[in-house]
Design a protein around this ligand. Structure first.
Ligand SMILES: O=C1O[C@H](COP(=O)(O)O)[C@@H](O)[C@H](O)[C@H]1O
Length: 247
């Protein structure tokens, strides 16, 4: 088994995707409550994809909605497809529909990637925004929620793309030829300084990639999720039994 070198890693396995979402809703709510006992704001980087929809719906409903001090949260996104906000493929659009429109968070605390700009400018603008919250060293987000595709990608770090190995820029835009689309993504140097990174992933289609990411030889070009290794923070995987079947 590949030995992780980050400070802490835990794999949380539950029977069904719904159980995973419920446990993670409780876990995130507890983390927000605990963190806000000692800090005034909680910075949370969100993920797109299908996996978080039930989680977001739970967090936008009682009892979680009422336990969270939404005025102290700042929401960001880990990646975005360079399509208008109104496009169903837009990650932020999905998050508004499932969570943000249901909770009393000030709009000024919700930091979407501006896909009206050309992608490189959108990445630059997002990096500038992030520099208002985080310094060049030390902890960044309180929480990064991430997903993993069947091909092992996370954020918009897709297999074989040079952006996987970015060491300086916090945000990058690039043309993803197989999808004929620009992607805008946070990079490992920023995400790996989060206090906690949580991957949420389900289903038999993810089982092989999950085994390779956690137990295979190091090969982030093939399995980009391996590049996410919080330096001083915690890494958690919330998965269902089907995704965990090959571990
Ligand atoms: O392309 C993307 O996919 C991943 C994984 O999505 P899922 O539907 O398999 O959960 C997601 O984390 C990322 O934000 C999205 O842009």
């Amino acid at each position: 088994m590949r030995r992780p070198y980050f400070s802490y890693m835990e794999v949380h396995v539950y029977k069904t995707p719904s159980e995973v979402s419920q446990e993670l809703a409780e876990w995130i709510t507890n983390h927000i409550e605990e963190t806000l006992k000692t800090k005034n704001i909680y910075t949370w980087c969100l993920t797109g994809g299908n996996s978080p929809k039930e989680l977001y719906t739970l967090l936008g409903s009682a009892p979680y909605r009422d336990r969270i001090d939404w005025g102290k949260l700042h929401l960001f996104w880990g990646d975005e497809r360079a399509v208008p906000f109104a496009d169903d493929r837009n990650n932020a659009k999905m998050t508004f529909a499932t969570l943000i429109d249901k909770v009393p968070i000030p709009r000024i605390n919700v930091h979407v990637m501006n896909t009206e700009l050309v992608p490189e400018k959108a990445a630059e603008a997002y990096a500038t925004l992030l520099h208002r919250f985080f310094t060049a060293e030390g902890q960044t987000f309180d929480l990064v929620l991430s997903g993993m595709g069947e091909d092992g990608h996370t954020l918009s770090l897709f297999p074989g793309q040079p952006v996987i190995h970015e060491t300086a820029a916090w945000v990058k835009a690039y043309y993803l030829e197989p999808q004929k689309m620009y992607r805008i993504t946070l990079t490992a140097p920023l995400v790996n300084r989060a206090a906690r990174v949580v991957f949420l992933t389900f289903g038999p289609g993810k089982a092989h990639a999950l085994k390779e990411v956690l137990q295979g030889d190091r090969n982030p070009d093939k399995y980009p999720s391996q590049i996410i290794q919080p330096l001083n923070g915690e890494l958690h995987w919330f998965v269902d039994e089907a995704a965990a079947a090959e571990l």
